[in-house]
Design a protein around this ligand. Structure first.
Ligand SMILES: C[S@@+](CC[C@H](N)C(=O)[O-])C[C@H]1O[C@@H](n2cnc3c(N)ncnc32)[C@H](O)[C@@H]1O
Length: 307
């Protein structure tokens, strides 16, 4: 069992393929860009990113999102605990001159100056660390973000039925593990909406939106905003909720996908469900993703269906 964040994520990122699989399960560059565009659109709307913004991603992985965001902002900085992830990210973003990368040494943004970042985000990262580390990072995000700046952070939602089902796999896996060893530090971890909001607000941020109607908790928060700015951001985030928050259909697709991965449901049934919901943005996201995994698992999943 591995007890260092860096060691475990470096090991997961030994090759470009394993790194891609570790960031979001994508099986090739085309699918990675497809999911990256979806996430980048969420981030762009959540943070109202403009071409004058200096944007930071905490836990940038292979730059899945950064690659799609770099030409929407003035400068994009990616930081990560894993040097191997950053090696892949540097290569994937080589054509963008407005990018920088830093390897983190601990749960702090030591190489980033205070009050230097307009907008910061972290996707699929806080769900892989202990709460102490999550809180230390939030505190340091508060140091590096400029007054008036925004953050967008997410983790797993323990209280949503799909979040709970995902969590229930963790004790099951642990019950079958060698319990003389410490748990994997990179395992999935979960919060309630109130708990996540507490960490964000205790770190000094004003919470502007807390979307919690899916398997993910997504919080947008600001630093040092005036009352008028807060009211404006809250109204903006309410208007754009459907472009940022995961929908019930997304949560259902995610639940079915987890069941497929854990062998509870056959991929064929998920495929039939997707055909019933064709012409939705959620299926447009999931269908190519599931089909590409089917190509990798065709021995197990059987004949690949035609969309
Ligand atoms: C599931 S990947 C997500 C990557 C990227 N945010 C994305 O959505 O494509 C998690 C990333 O968080 C990084 N990470 C894990 N634990 C970390 C920690 N304690 N500090 C900083 N980064 C960490 C990993 O190296 C990995 O790149």
């Amino acid at each position: 069992m591995n007890n260092s964040y860096r060691a475990i994520w470096n090991e997961r990122a030994l090759t470009p393929e394993s790194a891609m699989a570790a960031v979001d399960g994508s099986s090739n560059e085309e699918i990675l860009r497809h999911t990256g565009r979806w996430s980048a659109d969420q981030v762009t709307t959540a943070l109202d990113i403009t071409d004058t913004d200096h944007v930071l991603e905490l836990g940038c992985g292979v730059g899945r999102i950064g690659r799609e965001l770099a030409d929407r902002c003035a400068h994009w900085t990616g930081v990560d605990i894993s040097e191997n992830m950053l090696t892949h990210a540097r290569k994937r973003l080589v054509e963008f001159e407005n990018t920088s990368f830093y390897a983190l040494e601990r749960s702090a943004l030591d190489k980033v100056d205070g009050d230097s970042i307009d907008k910061a985000y972290s996707i699929a990262v806080f769900c892989h660390m202990d709460k102490e580390d999550l809180y230390l990072y939030l505190q340091d995000l508060h140091r590096v973000v400029k007054p008036g700046g925004l953050i967008f952070v997410e983790t797993w939602n323990l209280v949503h039925p799909v979040g709970w089902r995902r969590w229930a796999f963790e004790p099951k896996v642990w019950s079958e593990s060698d319990q003389t060893q410490r748990k994997d530090v990179g395992r999935n971890q979960f919060c309630t909406p109130e708990e996540f909001e507490l960490y964000v607000s205790k770190a000094g941020f004003e919470v502007l939106a807390n979307y919690h109607e899916s398997q993910s908790l997504q919080i947008v928060a600001g630093k040092g905003l005036s009352e008028t700015a807060i009211a404006g951001q809250v109204a903006r985030l309410r208007t754009h909720k459907s472009e940022i928050a995961y929908s019930p259909l997304y949560a259902e697709l995610y639940a079915q996908f987890v069941d497929v991965i854990f062998g509870v449901q056959h991929a064929r049934d998920m495929f039939l469900f997707m055909q019933e919901h064709a012409d939705t943005p959620e299926v447009a996201l999931y269908q190519p993703y599931v089909l590409s995994l089917w190509h990798k698992n065709s021995e197990l999943w059987g004949e690949i269906p035609t969309p």
